[in-house]
Ligand binder design. Sequence first.
Ligand SMILES: Nc1ncnc2c1ncn2[C@@H]1O[C@H](COP(=O)(O)OP(=O)(O)OP(=O)(O)O)[C@@H](O)[C@H]1O
Length: 309
Amino acid sequence: MKNRERKIYSNSSSEDHGYKTKWNHVTFDHPATFDTLAMDKNKKEEIKGDLIKFSKSKDYYKKIGKAWKRGYLLYGPPGTGKSTMIAAMANFLDYDVYDLELTTVKYNTQLRRLLIDTSAKSIIVIEDIDCSLNLTGQRKKKEEEEAVGDEKNTIEKKIMDNEGENEVSKVTLSGLLNFVDGLWSACGGERIIVFTTNFVDKLDPVLIRKGRMDKHIELSYCCFEAFKVLAKNYLDVEESELFEEIKRLLEVEEIKMTPADVGENLLPKSEEEGPETCLKRLIEALKEEKEEAKRKVEEEEKGRERINT
Ligand SMILES: Nc1ncnc2c1ncn2[C@@H]1O[C@H](COP(=O)(O)OP(=O)(O)OP(=O)(O)O)[C@@H](O)[C@H]1O
């Protein structure tokens, strides 16, 4: 079963005709693995353990009367590895990926159709759930508006259709909840659902409560341990006297840099650049980052002073 050709599916609007919508696929060939993922080792082991347990729990889910699915919420700033982790998960489990672009789905019925059309052993991904639709603060809005019936939590978001005309997506929060809740995912076989967001606090709690999004994983700025994974990946270096300085900058100075930016600094830019040059570039970039952060704090303080005077 391992190493079969896997696929990544996406729902493009170009093929949509009225209520019909469908998945298009290409071969999934992303090289990310949990080994190349830069994050805390224990956290990685915990996630791997969770995935294995899930993938082997068919009978258990049946016994407890639950659809065989698991929801993951990945949150953190841009460039901290949310998409990379999804690829690592798919490679680890040997699952297909369905990348659901919610803004092109016009109706709840289309959403249902798309879910029914997914296969077992798959990861269904909705990236940037906070931007995909205005699903934030729906409860508050509901209370405020006291709207009637289905209109209550209907989210209307203008999207551009193929002809460039404005169209309205009528996917509702309840439509999405139905999608996630397994009413339809009980159509056989295991499914993992992953949401990603840069702004976890903005999401309606109803959407991410346990049972829907069972596991919440924070992806964050690069720690020293994560840096070591990147140094091994990018430069094949496991030790260097420059590591001490990098450790100090990340741990003592607490400089915040995303793994994406650390990686970019470590990436050799010419044949002549050796590991030392790249590590030194990273040190310089970290110091600049510190100065930049200091400047921002000073500006904010000045702004506050101006308001108070
Ligand atoms: N934790 C990580 N481990 C290894 N590589 C990483 C990690 N985080 C980021 N990268 C590198 O940075 C690039 C961007 O990361 P990725 O797209 O996974 O971030 P993201 O959190 O999904 O960002 P966004 O919120 O903007 O979608 C990746 O191609 C990868 O090379």
